[in-house]
Write a protein that binds this ligand. Structure first.
Ligand SMILES: Nc1ncnc2c1ncn2[C@@H]1O[C@H](COP(=O)(O)OP(=O)(O)OP(=O)(O)O)[C@@H](O)[C@H]1O
Ligand SMILES: [Mg+2]
Length: 328
């Protein structure tokens, strides 16, 4: 039996004039990995901080593990584990001491505490570092230790705010393995990220969040599928002519202009449509210089729904124009 483990209804949070969280509603299903994917300032940490009872609810309703965040914050805290966006480890404590201290804080009995510390240090592969002070750990090891700490009390939900921020690509991919392993042990995971590949790789479901609002929610497959089956990137010697030709084709759903070329989202199988496009353009005496066929990625999904690219860090301007093909 799976039910929902987090329920959020009409949540708002303002800092002065800034609407950091601007009316969001969603639910998280027990046992899943659920992600908030969004750029800097989207409101991800604010939303998480409300759910973990660090910020008071200004408007709306939220329950975590069946407990109301506003009226039952202590029960919520006892049901969750947290890894904050910024590292929060005492530099002079060892890995074992960090976990020990956390266990004591939650009044875990000594025998259980010791057993859990051993289990968790094994899970995040820090056994060899158990007596090393955290200031001597790498960034990835610190993150893993924070995850272990978050799991000390066997929480029902583990909140991870940007779990791999600042880590190198290889370490990030190893972190994904740890997060999956934790999830497979039965812990529901709520994570925030601004990495497309991370959301895509890890999540059972993703909500894309921008300017304090949820733009769309779905499985990675569903989100990518809304863009059509395939994407074609074209560079030609006549971009306006290419645009006109593509917009006139029924197989083209939408266009998205890049600085040197055009991306067309297709309604069907790109391997069949690409030759038709090239022939169509040839009929208009437009030469194709570059053609590239690919499946939609999470980057394409983000651009489609928000009108801008997330990898342009902090870019508020539309980095490329999205043109919807008129249905005839
Ligand atoms: N304590 C605060 N006081 C005032 N404004 C804040 C505060 N915390 C966040 N904000 C503002 O609220 C908005 C949302 O910030 P938040 O930290 O929730 O975003 P985020 O999605 O977590 O971003 P990032 O990816 O950079 O961590 C931003 O405009 C931010 O400047
Ligand atoms: Mg944040």
């Amino acid at each position: 039996m799976t039910g929902t483990i987090i329920e959020v209804e009409g949540l708002y949070h303002h800092y002065g004039d800034v609407a950091a969280v601007n009316g969001i509603s969603f639910s998280v299903i027990e046992g899943e990995i659920f992600s908030f994917l969004g750029p800097n300032g989207a409101g991800k940490s604010t939303a998480i901080n409300i759910l973990i009872t660090l910020l008071r609810i200004q408007q709306g309703m939220a329950t975590v593990a069946g407990y109301n965040v506003q009226t039952d914050p202590q029960k919520v805290r006892n049901s969750i584990g947290i890894v904050f966006q910024d590292v929060t480890l005492d530099r002079d404590m060892t890995c074992r001491e960090i976990l020990e201290f956390h266990g004591r804080l939650y009044r875990m009995p000594s025998a259980e505490r010791k057993q859990r510390i051993d289990e968790l240090l094994t899970l995040v592969q820090l056994d060899a570092k158990r007596d090393v002070r955290t200031k001597h750990l790498s960034g990835g090891m610190k993150r893993r230790l924070e995850i272990a700490r978050g799991l000390m009390t066997r929480p029902k939900v583990l909140f991870l705010d940007e779990p791999t921020i600042g880590l190198d690509p290889q370490t990030r991919m190893r972190m994904w393995d740890y997060i999956k392993a934790v999830n497979e042990e039965g812990t529901t995971i709520f994570l925030t990220t601004h990495y497309m590949d991370e959301a895509d790789h890890l999540s059972d479901r993703i909500s894309i969040i921008d300017h304090g609002r949820i733009i769309v929610t779905g499985t990675p497959y569903e989100l990518k599928n809304t863009l059509g089956e395939d994407l074609i990137y074209l560079e030609t010697d006549d971009l306006p002519g290419t645009r006109a030709a593509l917009l006139a084709m029924d197989q083209v759903k939408e266009l998205n202009e890049k600085s040197r070329g055009i991306v067309a989202m297709l309604n069907g199988d790109g391997t069949k449509i690409l030759p038709q496009i090239i022939e169509n353009l040839a009929g208009r005496r437009i030469r194709v210089n570059v053609a590239n066929l690919k499946k939609p990625s999470m980057d394409d999904v983000f651009l489609h729904f928000t009108g801008r690219e997330l990898r342009d860090e902090g870019a508020e301007k539309a980095s490329s124009a999205v043109i919807r093909a008129g249905r005839r």
